[in-house]
Design a protein around this ligand. Structure first.
Ligand code: SF4
Ligand code: SF4
Length: 438
């Protein structure tokens, strides 16, 4: 196994699915040229929408704070280019459909805000000071959930373990893989800062076995730098990167339904988030850009791009020279948990890990047939639910009966629908039940 553990750790259920990662896994991170205009939505995170701090005509620089969240679970947003505020108005949003956004015309100078500068005396910073920097820098979980990082790193009870999530189990996406290979030192510094904040001795970095280069490089660099972090090679299986499944695989602890990782003494942080923490603390750089995998069989130049937040998908697609065949569907994220887009006139937000373009013949137009009680959905479900039962409840409109199957435990990973031979729309059914219950 080329130096990896012989017995791979994993979690019950799940399924190995075709990764399609060869399209971009060897594409080094490349910075996309500045767009002429960016659209910065005032909601890019779990929690309340930000209040704008600028008005039409204001001059801003990259890193200028332009939106402030209120409340405990909140974050901030920053300008990603230097230029002039063109307008503040509702604009297309890749998750919410539409949302108030600050629209900035770039002046092409790419000047940084005065606060974006290397910080000294980092070793002396207290936990509270580090958390304040993270909050002020608008850092949220970059693995997809976009939960404010300063809240996650300050749990209501002590934890003893930090797990860094380098799994990236969604098919097609390779931005985290490239980040682990190309920014290893920054990642390790970010992990050390997070370790100090959460005050734990045990630090694990979970990576799937099919990313051997990242496993070996991190292990070597950890030895060179004499860090006490353990890299754990995990079986390549979907959804290995889901928090609860990662915790089960790495430390064997089970997070009960309705509970959170800190309830079992663990905090999980994505590798991209750890690098963002390093940049905020050491370089004074707020979160105004991220790595995005642009991929799909039909994309002319698939890539891993460093992109300013607010860049339109259409600008990115043009930079990658468009598609070889007519476009059937654009998805933000991967094919399992990503979100289909109705237009390419949507901006990159903090949670945009990928832009996946599919041809018409890659979009399955399938017909749902009756459940044959084969049990495959039950075997694959990582949270041990009865997906077929929920789908049958929706068919018979028995929403009250559906409650006994704990629909809220479903993380909508899509593994059940992926294996179902009857092509039943199980995830849509569960989403409907959740909506009705709400
Ligand atoms: S979508 Fe929900 S029910 Fe289906 S496998 Fe995933 S967690 Fe289980
Ligand atoms: S996998 Fe599909 S056909 Fe099989 S039990 Fe589940 S819902 Fe029914």
């Amino acid at each position: 196994m080329n130096g990896l553990n012989a017995a791979m750790k994993t979690f019950p259920g799940g399924k190995h699915i075709e990764g399609h990662k060869q399209l971009t896994r060897n594409e080094p991170i490349c910075a996309m040229p500045l767009p002429a205009q960016v659209i910065i939505p005032l909601s890019q995170h779990t929690g309340s929408i930000c209040e704008p701090l600028v008005k039409k005509g204001d001059k801003v620089k990259a890193g200028t704070k332009i939106g402030q969240g209120n409340g405990v679970v909140s974050s901030t947003v920053h300008a990603s280019v230097s230029g002039t505020v063109n307008n503040i108005s509702d604009y297309n949003h890749p998750v919410l459909g539409s949302c108030p956004a600050v629209i900035i015309d770039s002046d092409g100078k790419d000047e940084n805000d005065a606060q974006v500068k290397e910080r000294s005396g980092i070793a002396e910073l207290s936990k509270e000071e580090l958390l304040a920097i993270i909050k002020d820098s608008g850092i949220v979980g970059l693995g997809g959930a976009a939960f404010p990082t300063q809240v996650k790193l300050n749990p209501p009870r002590p934890v003893d373990t930090l797990i860094i999530n380098g799994v990236e189990c969604e098919p097609y996406l390779t931005c985290d893989f490239r980040l682990m290979l190309e920014r290893t030192n920054e990642l390790l510094q970010g992990i050390q800062l997070i370790q100090k904040i959460v005050n734990v001795q045990k630090v694990f970095i979970g990576i799937e076995e099919d990313k051997q280069e990242a496993v070996l490089q991190l292990r070597n660099r950890i030895m060179e730098k004499k860090r006490r972090f353990e890299v754990v090679a995990l079986k390549a299986k979907y959804p290995q990167g889901a928090e609860k499944q990662l915790i089960k695989a790495v430390v064997g602890r089970e997070v009960p339904p309705g509970k959170l990782p800190f309830d079992v003494g663990v905090i999980v942080v994505n590798v991209g988030t750890a690098v963002a923490v390093y940049e905020a603390v050491c370089l004074g750089k707020p979160l105004y850009e991220r790595i995005v995998t642009v991929t799909g069989r039909i994309v002319k130049k698939p890539a891993n791009l460093k992109v300013r937040l607010g860049t339109r998908f259409s600008d990115i697609i043009a930079f990658c020279e468009g598609t070889k065949e007519p476009l059937g569907k654009i998805i933000m994220g991967g094919p399992m948990m990503g979100l289909a887009q109705f237009t390419d006139d949507v901006p990159v937000i903090k949670g945009t890990s990928g832009i996946l373009m599919l041809a018409k013949d890659e979009i399955k137009d399938f017909t749902e047939t009756p459940c044959i009680r084969c049990g495959r959905c039950v075997n694959v479900c990582p949270v041990r639910m009865l997906p077929y039962a929920l789908s049958l409840c929706v068919e018979s409109k028995s929403f009250e009966q559906a409650l006994q199957y704990n629909p809220r435990d479903c993380m909508e990973c899509g593994a059940c629908a992926y294996v179902c031979p009857a092509k039943r729309r199980i995830v849509e059914s569960i989403r409907l039940i959740k909506a009705v219950v709400k």
